[in-house]
Design a binder for this molecule. Structure first.
Ligand code: M6R
Length: 609
C-alpha cells in the first residue's frame, strides 16, 4: 500500500518528506518519489525504483529545494514498478503534481475523456488521470478544481496535490484510504499514517471520507465535498512510532488478520456486481478457449497451495472441469501431463517463489495457458503468465500468510464463477446467489473478528500441547490444513490435519486422553458425518474444540468447546472458518512468547528451490 507525505511551511520540504516516507516503509513499496515547488515557481521532481536509499541518491544529484512538496512510496497496482510509473505524477502541462494511494476504478474512461480533450498520458498508472482532471477543471481556484475532479473519480483513494499556480497551498482528499494532517507551528503535513509525522509533531487531525483538506504554512482547513468547513478536534498522539506502524496492533500478523474484511471487499470490487457478468480485466480468454481446456492444474506452495485446494473444490463444483492441485516443488519434477488443452493456475502471494516460477515455466514450455493469481504487481509470476488475477491484499508483512490467503480464496471463487458463467454449468440464479453471498462476506468476517476475545480463551489450553490434530471434510479439510500450518509456523507446536473419514485408517492410534483435536464442521451436507468423526476421537479421550455454524448446537454433545460462526454459504465457508484458526494460532504463539511476525527458520518469500 502506497505511502503519502506532504509538507508546506518555512523549512526545506524534501528532507522532512523523505524522513516521513522512511517511517511508512512498513507499508511495503517498490519505488519512491518527491516533488517540490522551488523559489522560481517550478516543479522539481526526483524519482527512483526500489528502496528509499535510491531516491536519496537521486536527490543528492538533483538537489531539490523548496518549502512546499509531496512525496510517495509506491506499491504498484496499475503498471509495473518503474521510475516512470512512480509518483508524483504530473498533468500534461507539468504545472500540477499528485501523489496518490488507492485505486481509481474508472481511470480508463477518464483517460479516454481527457485524451479527447487534448491531454497526453505517459505512464501506465491510474493516478495520471488525477492531475489532468484537476487541470481540466482549473479556473483560477485549485480547491474548486480538486473538488470537481474528485466528483468524477470512482474507487478508493487518498491523494495530495500541489500546483505552481497556487504555490502557497497543499490540497489533499480522502475516500476509503487513510489520510492524516500533522500540525506544527511554522508548517503543516499530510501523511498516510501517523508515524510519518511523529518526529515533528504529535498533534494530528484524522481526515474522514469525502473530505478535502487545504493546508497553508500556518493554517489547515477541512472541507466537506460541498465546500462546508468542518471543525475537527486535534488528536494528541501518545503512542510510540512502532505501535503506530502496526496501526495500534501488537503485531503485523494481528493487524493483517483484522484487515481481512477490507481486503476481501477490495479483491471483489470491480470484478463482481449483482446482475452483471463477471469481468476479469487481465484475463483475456474467450468462451471458445475456455471450453477447449480439458484439464486444469493449480500449482502453488504452502498457504497458496491450500488456497488451491479450495479452488479445486470450487471449480469442480461450479464449472465442472476436472482440477488437479499440486505442490509446485513436486509438480515440476513429476513429468505432469500437459498440452495446449491444459490451463495452469499458479497462486503466489509474492509472485517470486522459486518452485512456483519453475512449475509455471515448465507448463508454459509444454503449451499450457497460464493464469497467475498474485498479490504483487510486476512480480515475475505476473510478468511471465499469460493472464493475471491480482489479489488486492496490500503488502503482507508478517511471514505467516493470513490476508493474502483470504484474497486467494476470493480469487478462486471468482475464477470458478467466471468459468461457470462461460461454460453455463450452473444457472444464472445460482451464480447470482453466490455473488450475493460473496458480497456479504466482509460483514461476516467482521462479526467473527468481534469475537476474537472469545477465541483467545481457548489458547491457554492448546499452548501447553505438543501435538494438535485438525479434522475436516470437504472444504473444511483444506481449511484444516491451513489451520494446522498456521499453528506450526508461529507457535512451533506440532500439528497434523486429517480428512475426517481418514482417521480410522491409522491416525486415530495417536489419540489418547487429553489430545487436542480441532474439528471443523461448517459444511451442512457433511455435518452428521463430521459429528460421527468427532465422536470417534471423543470416545478415545480427545479434548475437542469444534468450529460450526450458528444454530448447529447438536455439536455441543460431542465437543468440549464450540466456536460458532455466522451462517455463510457452505461453498464460501472457508473464508469464515479460517479466521478463528488464524486467531487461535496467533494467541497461542503470544502465550508461548514466540516471534509472531518473524518465526524462526522462515522467510516471507522463498526465492530459492
Ligand atoms: O509468496 P507465495 O504465496 O508463493 O509463498 C508461498 C509459501 O511460501 C507461503 O504461503 C508460506 O507457506 C507462508 N509462510 C504461509 O504462512
Amino acid at each position: 500500500m502506497c505511502g503519502i507525505v506532504g509538507y508546506i511551511g518555512n523549512r526545506e520540504a524534501t528532507p522532512l518528506i523523505v524522513e516521513g516516507l522512511k517511517k511508512l516503509e512498513y507499508r511495503g513499496y517498490d519505488s519512491a518519489g518527491v516533488a517540490v515547488i522551488n523559489s522560481d515557481n517550478k516543479l522539481q521532481i526526483a524519482k527512483a525504483k526500489g528502496r528509499l536509499a535510491n531516491l536519496e541518491k537521486e536527490l543528492e544529484i538533483d538537489g531539490l529545494s523548496g518549502v512546499i512538496g509531496i512525496g510517495h512510496t509506491r506499491w504498484a497496482t496499475h503498471g509495473v514498478p518503474s521510475k516512470l510509473n512512480s509518483h508524483p505524477h504530473l498533468n500534461t502541462k507539468k504545472t500540477i503534481a499528485v501523489v496518490h494511494n488507492g485505486i481509481i476504478e474508472n481511470y480508463m474512461e477518464l483517460r479516454k475523456f481527457l485524451r479527447e480533450n487534448g491531454y497526453e498520458f505517459i505512464t501506465d498508472t491510474d493516478t495520471e488521470v488525477i492531475p489532468n482532471l484537476i487541470d481540466f477543471y482549473y479556473n483560477g481556484d485549485l480547491v474548486e478544481a480538486v473538488t470537481e475532479a474528485t466528483k468524477k473519480l470512482r474507487g478508493g483513494y487518498a491523494f495530495g496535490v500541489i500546483s505552481v499556480d497556487e504555490p502557497d497551498k497543499l490540497v489533499a482528499v480522502r475516500k476509503d484510504c487513510p489520510l492524516i494532517v500533522g500540525l506544527k507551528e511554522g508548517g503543516n503535513f499530510i501523511a498516510s499514517d501517523i508515524p510519518a509525522v511523529l518526529n515533528e509533531t504529535r498533534d494530528v487531525y484524522f481526515i474522514e471520507d469525502d473530505e478535502i483538506v487545504v493546508l497553508t504554512k500556518d493554517s489547515v482547513k477541512i472541507l466537506t465535498e460541498d465546500g462546508k468547513e468542518v471543525n475537527r478536534d486535534v488528536y494528541h498522539v501518545t503512542w510510540n512510532a512502532d505501535a503506530a506502524e502496526k496501526g495500534g496492533y501488537d503485531h503485523f500478523m494481528l493487524k493483517e488478520i483484522f484487515e481481512q474484511p477490507k481486503v476481501t471487499r477490495d479483491t471483489m470490487t470491480s470484478r463482481i456486481a449483482l446482475g452483471e457478468d463477471i469481468t476479469l480485466d487481465k484475463i483475456n480468454l474467450t468462451t471458445e478457449q475456455l471450453k477447449s481446456f480439458s484439464k486444469i492444474y493449480i500449482v502453488a506452495c504452502g498457504t497458496a497451495y491450500h488456497a488451491g485446494l479450495i479452488g479445486k473444490y470450487a471449480i469442480e463444483k461450479l464449472a465442472k472441469i476436472p482440477v488437479e492441485v499440486d505442490i509446485a516443488s513436486e509438480f515440476r519434477y513429476r513429468d505432469p501431463l500437459i498440452n495446449e488443452k491444459t490451463l495452469l493456475i499458479v497462486i503466489s502471494q509474492s509472485g517470486e517463489t522459486a518452485d512456483t516460477l519453475a512449475a509455471m515455466r515448465l507448463a508454459k514450455k509444454k503449451g499450457a495457458r497460464v493464469i497467475a493469481v498474485t498479490n504483487v504487481v510486476g512480480s515475475t509470476v505476473s510478468r511471465e503468465a499469460d493472464d493475471v488475477f491480482y489479489t488486492w491484499a496490500g503488502p503482507e508483512i508478517a511471514v505467516a500468510s493470513t490476508k493474502a490467503y483470504t484474497t486467494q480464496l476470493v480469487a478462486m471463487y471468482i475464477i470458478a464463477l467466471y468459468l461457470a458463467q462461460h461454460m453455463k454449468t450452473i444457472s444464472n440464479s445460482e451464480i447470482e446467489e453466490l455473488k450475493k453471498a460473496l458480497i456479504e462476506l466482509p460483514e461476516k468476517e467482521e462479526e467473527i473478528l468481534k469475537n476474537a476475545e472469545k477465541i483467545k480463551k481457548h489458547a491457554e489450553k492448546v499452548s501447553k500441547e505438543n501435538d494438535v490434530f485438525y479434522l475436516g471434510r470437504g472444504f473444511d479439510y483444506a481449511v484444516a490444513m491451513e489451520g494446522s500450518l498456521k499453528l506450526k509456523e508461529i507457535s512451533y507446536i506440532h500439528s497434523e490435519a486429517y480428512a475426517g473419514g481418514e482417521l480410522k485408517h491409522g491416525p486415530i492410534a495417536l489419540i489418547e486422553d487429553g489430545t487436542v483435536v480441532i474439528a471443523l464442521a461448517s459444511q451442512e451436507s457433511l455435518f452428521e458425518k463430521m459429528v460421527s468423526n468427532i465422536k470417534e476421537v471423543k470416545t478415545r479421550g480427545a479434548y475437542v474444540i469444534s468450529v460450526a455454524m450458528e444454530g448447529k448446537t447438536a455439536i455441543e454433545d460431542t465437543s468440549d468447546e464450540v466456536i460458532y460462526l455466522p451462517r455463510v454459504n457452505p461453498v464460501l465457508a472457508p473464508i469464515a472458518t479460517v479466521i478463528p484458526l488464524q486467531l487461535l494460532s496467533y494467541y497461542i504463539a503470544i502465550i508461548k512468547g514466540c516471534d509472531v511476525d518473524k518465526p524462526r527458520n522462515l522467510a516471507k518469500s522463498v526465492t530459492v528451490e
